[in-house]
Design a protein around this ligand. Structure first.
Ligand code: SF4
Ligand code: SF4
Ligand code: FES
Length: 262
């Protein structure tokens, strides 16, 4: 067991860093140290966690300036004499200590039009190609930890973009549905206009922090950008919109605005 120096965010938005010395055992993770801190010197420390196995997405926080799951971040990744600074996720309002208000995520999730299969197709008749199954399965590995949203510079460095940019997690969900072969809604407008796909400049930082190893940028964001570009620049799509013919004979989900032009 060794004693390590921690600086931990205490209080709300106007709080600050408090320094503690915490004993750490070999093999322990940051969340273990925070629990020991709660048990010894800071019983009122607010910290969210649940599974302690990297599967619930609750224990997200910033450790030395990087969004991480605290239950999966071993203390051994830091030098013995390194101070470990723990703060709440940067892109969500702090409630207290390490706990953030993540209601933005629930609001955004509700804005996504739900899965819209063709009513003429009976579920039993539909067959999916294996590649489509695997694509959905990859996106469905998401544990909603929101590390991707917290690392994305579009909102991390520009708070003013937050209302216009849903972050990679929800753009990925829109892409999942848009690329689902049985979904008939056209989600390209909502991706661009409501979820801010255009703000993403494919830096791949979200992909790098994803604890589930989801290729968010390559498999969701870039294909979605290609689809949006096709819609905007395809001359047949443009002509169709001018003469009132929809390029895909598909219903528009209720909260998608009709195209203003081609
Ligand atoms: S790839 Fe796009 S969404 Fe992901 S971190 Fe970069 S700008 Fe943000
Ligand atoms: S995509 Fe990855 S980083 Fe983003 S919320 Fe899901 S699991 Fe977390
Ligand atoms: S406690 Fe569940 S992911 Fe860390």
């Amino acid at each position: 067991m060794s004693e390590r120096v921690f600086r931990v965010w205490r209080g709300g938005a106007d709080g600050g860093l408090a320094e503690y010395r915490v004993e750490v055992n070999e093999g322990e993770v940051v969340l273990d140290a925070l629990h020991r801190l709660q048990a010894t010197r800071a019983p009122d420390l607010a910290v969210r966690w649940n599974c302690k196995a990297g599967k619930c997405g609750s224990c997200s926080m910033e450790v030395n300036g990087m969004p991480r799951l605290s239950c999966m971040t071993r203390m051994s990744v830091f030098d013995e004499d390194e101070t470990v600074t723990v703060t709440p996720l940067r892109t969500f309002p702090v409630i207290r200590d390490l706990v953030c208000d993540v209601s933005f995520n629930y609001d955004k999730a509700r804005e996504i039009p739900s899965f819209t299969p063709d009513p003429a197709t009976s579920p039993g008749d539909f067959r999916m190609a294996q590649v489509d199954v695997e694509r959905s399965q990859e996106f469905r590995k998401c544990i909603e930890c929101f590390l991707c949203n917290s690392v994305c510079h579009v909102i991390r460095d520009h708070e003013e973009n937050q209302p216009h940019f849903s972050g990679p997690r929800f753009l990925m969900r829109v892409a999942e549905l848009e690329m689902h072969p049985e979904d008939t809604a056209d989600r390209r407008l909502i991706a661009q206009d409501e979820f801010g796909l255009g703000y993403c400049n494919i830096t791949k930082c979200c992909t790098e922090v994803c604890p589930e190893g989801i290729h968010i940028t390559d498999n969701a964001l870039i294909p979605m950008k290609e689809r949006v570009a096709d819609r905007k620049y395809d001359p047949l799509v443009w002509l169709g919109s001018k003469i009132g013919v929809r390029p895909r004979d598909t219903p528009i989900a209720p909260n998608i605005r009709p195209p203003a032009d081609g």
